[in-house]
Write a protein of this length. Sequence first.
Lengths: 113, 314
Amino acid sequence: MRTLNRRDFGVDLGLTLAAAILLPLTTARAEGTEMEVHIDNFVFQPAELKIKVGTTVTWTNRDDIPHTVVSAGKFRSKALDTDDKFTFTFTDAGDYKYFCSLHPHMTGMIKVE
Amino acid sequence: MSGHDHGEDGVSRRKVLECMTWAGTGVLWTITGGVPRSLGIIDSAEAATAAAPGMAFLQISDSHVGFDKPANPNALGTLEEAVNKINAMPTKPSFMIHTGDITHLSKASEFDNADRIISQSKLDVHYVPGEHDFLDEEVKFYRERYGRGTKGAGWYSFDAGGVHFVGLVNVVDLKAGGLGNLGAEQLAWLEDDLRGKSKSTPIVLFAHIPLWTVYPEWGWGTEDGGRALEYVKGFGSVTVLNGHIHQVMQKVEGNLTFHTARSTAFPQPAPGTAPSPGPMKVEDAKLRSMLGVASINFKQNEQRLAIIDTPLQG
């Protein structure tokens, strides 16, 4: 866990600083954060992603073959054709293993803390 | 065309086998590493006396109707070329099997287009689904069209020409990190389906993903395929026909012959020769030599089927 550091909040947060301090640090920092995973050559890249709670992850399929993004009981995309995207916002901490249900040898992991 | 009935028919296989005198005619081909090799030519006198009918059927696979990427911008067009090739064959096959990935994205229009072209063969077609045929939101288009009279996700068996055919589904309920999957319910059904069959009954198993392990790094195999193969081990002649890998591959193990067919849409690389198993772009002039169909001929004196892979060109 990082220690509280004033610089982390940035100047633009200005007046919200006081409120932010009252929230858990991780939540305050991750709100609205966006991360990306690409599918290239039947591989999720990066295969493992570490993010904070509140982060939104977008998967983009850059293959000429459809893929899916499925985490049992957590999220399931429809079939993504070339350049289609799937987005999911992680509101709970935990390890989310996921895979492509069409090509199950394709696996990935999102670690949310 | 899907107007066939997958239920039990009244043909007694044993009777057919008892009554028929089968004989090999013509050239028996085996394909090793994609190269056809002639095993022997029966001389014309012998061939002339071999009047007993055999049985011929066709396999097409991986038509991916709707695919329009650089590897083949017109997959519907090459499917039509394949059907024209079939229609021009000197001997009309008894029927056709399609080993899945009829469509690319399971759109209703793709299924409609596929049917419009394939029905021009005027052959009964027995389908099994590929993973590309179950992509619609409600997973209903394939079943509505081809699921009639089938069990579970679409498996079934039928008899033709004294041969017992079993269509299996290994593209649903796939497990993370795994390969193709048949599942306990389907395996139990298969065991039951084969129970009581004479061991001299030739068996054909067909499914989309190879039932044997071709290249697990690319998912080319079926997790519990070995279980299915256990059930057919005691039979004198077993042929396993698959698609999915978009190239010809053959392996013979005792009484088991494994064979995969070309796609009519686009080629895929040989195992491990590319970063991924995705569509392989080749020179335009070369494309049609890498697409095609397979003809399968049964001659009862031959334990193995004769399988002839015919490319669209060359």
